[in-house]
Design a protein around this ligand. Structure first.
Ligand SMILES: [Zn+2]
Length: 143
């Protein structure tokens, strides 16, 4: 049976817990806001309750520069959810942010064949609707 694109479900939406709101609110404002340990200052991403350096649960949030370098990438040919069938194949990259943590997001406006480790990238923002903005990655000079 052939599936028509109009019959496919939408991609699943992130359902972040309340304590992750500053990250998602930052994306809505087109700012990259990451979690930082309020005790020792170590930045961490993805958001989580415990600092892996000093084990403190004290948290603050900091806006960081939305740029970094390409660490690695993968191309998905088989969707893990039917909502992504319209997008395959797509490339997801891991970025070493300038501030020392990694972030994963889809690559935009470039082919995986053009990628090399260490390439300069920027984090950009895609407004999905009025409530949800997702990060994406663009090669510097091609945004
Ligand atoms: Zn800490």
């Amino acid at each position: 049976m052939t599936e028509h694109a109009s019959q496919l479900p939408e991609p699943p939406r992130p359902e972040p817990p309340l304590e992750h709101r500053p990250y998602w609110d930052g994306l809505r404002e087109h700012r990259l806001v990451l979690q930082r340990c309020a005790r020792c200052g170590k930045l961490r991403h993805y958001p989580r309750p415990l600092c892996d350096a000093c084990y403190s649960m004290d948290v603050e949030w900091s806006e960081v520069e939305a740029r970094g370098t390409l660490h690695s990438w993968t191309v998905t040919h088989h969707p893990f959810h039917p909502g992504f069938k319209r997008q395959v194949p797509y490339c997801t990259v891991t970025v070493d942010l300038a501030e020392g943590v990694r972030l994963q997001a889809p690559l935009r406006d470039a082919s995986a064949a053009a990628l090399e480790p260490g390439m300069a990238v920027t984090i950009d923002y895609e407004d999905i609707d009025a409530e949800l903005t997702l990060p994406c990655v663009r090669l510097v000079g091609r945004a």
